[in-house]
Design a protein around this ligand. Sequence first.
Ligand SMILES: *Cc1c(COP(=O)(O)O)cnc(C)c1O
Length: 423
Amino acid sequence: MNSTSLQGELMLGQHTATSLAQRFGTPLYVYDKELIESRYRQLDAAFTGLKHRICYAVKANSNLAVLQLLAHLGAGFDIVSGGELERVLAAGGDPAQVVFSGVGKSAAEIERALQLGIHCFNAESSAELQMIIEIATAMGKPAPISLRVNPDVDAGTHPYISTGLRDNKFGIPIEEALALYRQAAQEPYLRIVGIDCHIGSQLVTVQPFVDALERVLRLVDQLADIDIHLGHVDVGGGLGVSYRGESVPSAQDYVEALRPLLAGRSLQVICEPGRWLVADAGTLLTRVVRLKDNGDRHFAVVDAAMNDLLRPSLYQSWMEIRACTDAGVAEQIYDIVGPVCETGDYLGKERRLRLREGTLLAVMQAGAYGYTMSSNYNTRPRAAELMVDGAHCHLVRQRETLSDLMRGESLLPLSTDKEQACN
Ligand SMILES: *Cc1c(COP(=O)(O)O)cnc(C)c1O
């Protein structure tokens, strides 16, 4: 995790947060290369003895440098759009190690992925399978598929990030999957390679993963009985991190819980972690713009907002907020809010901090679902992203400019310019 200097200053790699903020401005996302590497290696090591592949879920943090780093370490990728596929390619990832999830893959996305030779489509409905068949037939190229089954287990997480229950849009109900596999096996332009599930995000116990895998493996055995043999089982992502000191499973706890179920099978195990690999490696630096009181309530208005970091507003997520330096004033209870015109625009509520105007704050564990969920709401250019690597640092995304934001927009040919319409 992140350290503090002798003076109590927050350190990111070997840099003080203050020096990075001074040099690159705020709001600023900072990722620690060593922390991402060490997470990947821990998980990879935990899988020792099992034929496995870690397919990083790109949507957690899709910065090209992050993808490049993970590809370099040997990761495959779990993507949910054609855009993410192009990012993987641009970062030097191997399409043959890509699994393509998502309920709404378009014809163009399927065609491109098939052309590039991805490892498999995680198909989420029979209608999607039909579309894949049509495209594969037209291209004369059999499509590798896995069915994403919905094992109907409760991941015990926030409703917005729980995906393994029957009544949400994800996956194929597990009782319908056998029939669909049987149909798929008859299709000359489908190649059945595996099965997958993904039951939700930010799971803090291993039991739901075990329950889901048991159900999935029961189906694997039923499929073997009808001579449909799978190459892999994909257990999805969802491993949680400790945002608030809660105890969470380690990589080893996670793999050891699954291992007895997988032992003695020749299946390759694929997992799709996103958050667990990158959340702890990221910090969002933001500066106090103004302190303001409304009656008894104290607000610190900072220069990052819900458009930069949506998790608190969208999921009511609690994220640790620290002052990077000692402001030398009395502690107060503050709501840390952004400048966006929404009551829901906050990063944290009721935080005990010592603040003055200009104090630098750090929102911790912001490496996952931070930048990737950011937007330009209120015409706010998105933050810069920086990767620290010990004593080095690399600007891996420039701060957006207002002209970036307006690029592609045009004015109407009003009044005197009427004749120039539509060219
Ligand atoms: C989002 C997602 C993941 C990653 O989830 P994390 O909680 O970040 O590990 C994995 N697989 C699929 C299909 C997803 O949609």
